[in-house]
Ligand binder design. Structure first.
Ligand code: ZN
Length: 110
């Protein structure tokens, strides 16, 4: 059965128990990082669970892949934090420059 390929990308040909096309989501839990799963399209966060349909789409990852993804995620996190620090620093720098310019301007006015 290769019918799934003909329906275009994103097609996963799985209906939930209420007859809707299941929605694909990506898990970011530590035990299943980046693993895709299908849920009822009516399930939107807490409370609304639709028909509680749930099915893994991707096969379970081996421990090696899991630890690799974890390492990468940690790296991205670190880089993003560093970026935020740099952005904050440059903001302060700009503010200081603007302030010193204003001081010079104010002194000239007097
Ligand atoms: Zn459903």
């Amino acid at each position: 059965m290769e019918t799934g390929e003909k329906q275009g990308e994103g097609w996963h040909g799985q209906w939930c128990h209420c007859g809707k096309l299941a929605r694909m989501q990506t898990s970011w839990t530590s035990s299943n990082p980046g693993r895709r799963f299908l849920v009822c399209p009516k399930s939107k966060g807490r409370g609304e669970k639709g028909c509680r349909f749930f099915q893994w789409f991707d096969a379970e990852m081996c421990e090696r892949s899991k630890s690799l993804i974890h390492g990468l995620l940690r790296k991205i996190d670190r880089v993003e934090k560093e970026n935020a620090k740099i952005r904050a620093k440059s903001k302060i720098l700009w503010a200081a420059m603007l302030l010193s310019w204003l001081v010079v301007f104010a002194m000239k006015m007097n």
